[in-house]
Each structure stands twice: as C-alpha cells, then as structure tokens.
Write a protein of this length. Structure first.
Length: 336
C-alpha cells in the first residue's frame, strides 16, 4: 500500500473543507434568498367592515408568493381603525411570518324608516314632520338625533327640510338627510299634501220650515227646502250646488235669469244697504273689493248658501259669518 504523503493529506482535507463550505454557503444562500422572496404583495389597504362576524383573511390578501399555512387572526371588528395580523407563508419548505395591516372601517350609511310616503295635512292645524319617522339608526352611532344649534359638524345628526312653505296649499317634498360620525349619508323623501282649511262652521239656526214672518215668500221657502243639499262645484240643480249656482237656481225657479257666478251676481239689480235687506235679496261676500261668494238673505239676520263640500247648503248668521269667516259682506243686491 502506497503511503500518502502528509502534504497531500493536508491538501485533501483543505479541498474537502472548501467543498463543504461551498455547499453550506449555497444552502445558506438558497434559504436566505427564498426566505426574502416570501412576501404578500398588497397594493391597497385591506379593509373589513365594522361588525363583520365572518371573514377570511386569505380572501382579503388575495394572491400570495407562497402558501399561507397559518394566520394569527386577532382582528376585533367592533373597533374602528388599523389592526395587525401575522400571516405565516411557506415556500419550498421555508416559512416566514409576514405582518399584515387590516383596517376596520364604517362604510355603511344609517337606516331611515318612513311611516308613510304621503301625509295629508290641513292648513293651519300644525304638523310634526318627525312624527312620520319610524326610527333613524346607525350600526356604529346607534340612535341619531335631529340637528340642533349645539350639534357639531362632526357629530351624527339628521335634518328635515321642505322644498316650500308647508302652510301653502299643495304638495310639498320633505327631505330627510342623515349623516353618521364617519361621514356616511342617507337621504329619504316623503310628501306632505296640504289641504285648504275648511270654511269655519258659522252660527246657524235651522228651521223645519221658514219662520212665520217670511212664510209668504216663495223664494225663501224654496231656499229653506234646499238646506242640506250637497256642494258641487259649478252645480246649479238640486243634485248639488255651489254658492252662485244655488242663488241662480232659486231665481230661475221664479222666472228670473241671473248670471251664474258670484262676480257677475255682484252687479245684478240694484244695491241696497244691509240695514234695508229683505228676504230674497242676494248678499255678496268677498275679499277686499273682489266678490267671491253669494247667498240668499232669508230674514232674521240669516242667509242660506252653499259653503263647501263638507257642509253643503246651510243656514248661517250674517253677523257671525261676517266676523268669523275669511270673507266680508260686500253688497246687498235686490232683483225684481
């Protein structure tokens, strides 16, 4: 057996050690480069909605350079703001823990419940628009109150506004606008239909027949027989009357044709003072100098007239009507 020289032995050992070093360096470099290549490419903030109970962090992350093998998930979705979770990713049997920031946000607007889409309102009765709201709630802020002078812009609040004066007859669009503390806004609408205030129920005396002192006046007798008839706009027959239609009908039944409008009836015949009014005279009512209503005087300070759809043909006191209705006595006309 050939004896190996000591120098050659030493040289062989050195070469072997260098080989091992190269292998270890290669392994170390592979581990290092693989470890550093493990990442979670995130291009935007990861977001969870406030109060979310079921979610998957892997779904939020999306594509990963490697395989997710573990998620240290401690996100509290009842707390707004950024929170961190640790995701363990494996690649080529090498694992790395990667921190991921997830932000819990409130992106859902408050809920507004409207009781009725259309609300009817009688002019002058007073209306509380809040009464048509059945609750305003935000999942983060809870119940939300109406905006007041003390409310700050960053607070949660709601407002109610009308597109026009709600006291005006007609339809009014009501806008309910709600903002939570995180700037989410909900807007709902409903309509208020303002009806005209009905003519006041004026003082009346109702007789089964005309009083004795006018019993011989056939025009007054006819007027009394029509009390209780319905009000019909433009009506001039027993099926229904408006104010001037009633007066024209009574005169027509006595062979006298007069115009069928209050404005025109204000100029028929001759004018007499109210103090000299006689049963059968026409009493004209109006606003300012504009005639708007006509009636038949039946004596004893009373008139018979068609007022409105809710009352029809009624008997009213002249003095009471003159002070309690929205019209004033303009003229007394005598037609012969």
């Amino acid at each position: 057996m050939k004896k190996i020289s000591r120098s050659k032995l030493i040289k062989g050992i050195i070469v072997g050690m260098l080989g091992i070093f190269v292998i270890l360096a290669g392994v170390g470099y592979y581990y290092y480069s693989t470890y550093n290549s493990i990442s979670i490419p995130i291009n935007k903030c990861l977001v969870l909605e406030y109060g979310t109970k079921e979610y998957n962090v892997e779904d939020l992350i999306g594509q990963v350079d490697g395989k997710v093998v573990e998620v240290d998930d401690n996100i509290d979705t009842s707390v707004l703001g950024k929170q961190e979770v640790v995701v363990t990713v494996e690649k080529n049997y090498i694992k790395r823990e990667v921190p991921v920031v997830i932000e819990v946000q409130d992106n859902i607007a408050p809920t507004v419940e409207i009781k009725e889409d259309n609300v009817s309102y009688t002019q002058g009765d007073g209306i509380d628009l809040n009464s048509n709201l059945d609750g305003i709630l935000d999942k983060v802020d809870g119940d939300i109150s109406i905006k007041t002078d003390e409310t700050k812009e960053e607070d949660a609040y709601y407002t109610i506004e009308s597109d026009s004066n709600i006291e005006d007859v007609g339809s009014h669009m009501i806008t309910v606008s709600v903002k939570d503390k995180n700037g989410n806004v909900t807007t709902k609408y409903f309509t208020v239909n303002t009806e005209p205030k009905p003519a006041p129920v004026v003082q009346q005396r109702v007789y089964a027949q005309a009083p004795a002192n006018v019993a011989g006046n056939s025009m007054v007798q006819l007027a009394y027989s029509l009390v209780g008839s319905p009000y019909v706009h433009g009506g001039s027959a027993p099926g229904g009357f408006d104010c001037s239609g009633l007066v024209a009908y009574i005169y027509r039944q006595h062979g006298i044709n007069i115009p069928q409008s209050s404005g025109a009836q204000a100029y028929v015949g001759t004018e007499v003072g109210y103090a000299n009014a006689q049963p059968g005279d026409i009493i004209i009512w109006g606003h300012g100098s504009q005639p708007t209503h006509s009636s038949i005087y039946v004596g004893n300070g009373l008139i018979i007239h068609a007022t409105n759809p809710s009352q029809g043909v009624v008997i009213s006191g002249v003095d009471y009507w003159n002070t309690h209705s929205d019209a004033r006595l303009l003229s007394v006309r005598r037609v012969s």
